[in-house]
Ligand binder design. Sequence first.
Ligand code: MG
Length: 334
Amino acid sequence: MAKIKFEYIWIDGYKPKANFRSKTKIIEMDSFDGDISILPEWAFDGSSTKQAEGNFSDLLLTPVRSYPDPGRRDAFFVLCEVFNPDGTPHESNTRHGLKDVPDIWVGFEQEYVISLGGKPLGFPKDGFPAPQGPYYCAVGTGNVAGRDFVEAHLDECIDAGLGMSGINAEVLLGQWEYQVFAKGSLKACDDLMISRYMLHRMGEYYGYKIDLHPKPVKGDWNGSGMHTNFSNEPMRTKGGKKMMNDICEAFAKTHKEHMEAYGPDNDQRLTGLHETQSIDKFSYGVSDRGASMRIPASTAKTWKGHLEDRRPASNADPYLILQKIQKSLEKVKF
Ligand code: MG
């Protein structure tokens, strides 16, 4: 029998910016094959996470998906949903409201800033580095900062079985991006959440903070977004220019609803500058990085494939993003 460590991970009740919380349960067993049905529910003190009052504070963690944890011996991540004592989903439990649509494929482009001493890594103690321009997809000391951290995080994500599909240095010094892809909307969101959890934990080992704010540095510096690429079966197999335009037009009608779910402080990022459309406008176009929705050139070639919603902020809740995307897609006649 081995003592296996299960890290129960959940989202707290802080607003507008929720945080990860987690605690370890040790269970003695021969081995664990990923079957979460054998994992028990576990109570926690919701009064310490802004999820309950002190006099009625026990909430329940229900395991919903597990991943191997490459950072610890004999360990697994256990993603959990939070439930009230009466069995209803807690209001902070946004995952519960997302219907799993297996035929929706999602690729998230998660941008973030590695932060040290309240500034992006690589920024001088006083003032600013040279203006942005040389940092995007760069190599070399002074051009990028934090590559050792980024590589370590990538390896852990791959070893955990996440659908990592790439990394790159971003436009702001100390800013990076990784891409994570999955088939099935719920799986995609779960994978993203675990990759974010690992960012924060890896940051502890390096003494870095992970800044997911959509406008980490004021002024003429790029913000951080989470472009969300999506497709469904008809988009991939039937396609057509009309279908892609119909989808964009449907999204134009629900723009405001989407923006309410695409992350706090996103208005500071979506200004119409720095490869964004302004927050109160919706536009779309082939290869257009100044649009709300980009029709990638690869999609326009055959009019089959995915679309890129460029509006979500780096700090957005993926379950809310996909809820909105799925709702808008339901309005399209495929
Ligand atoms: Mg990017």
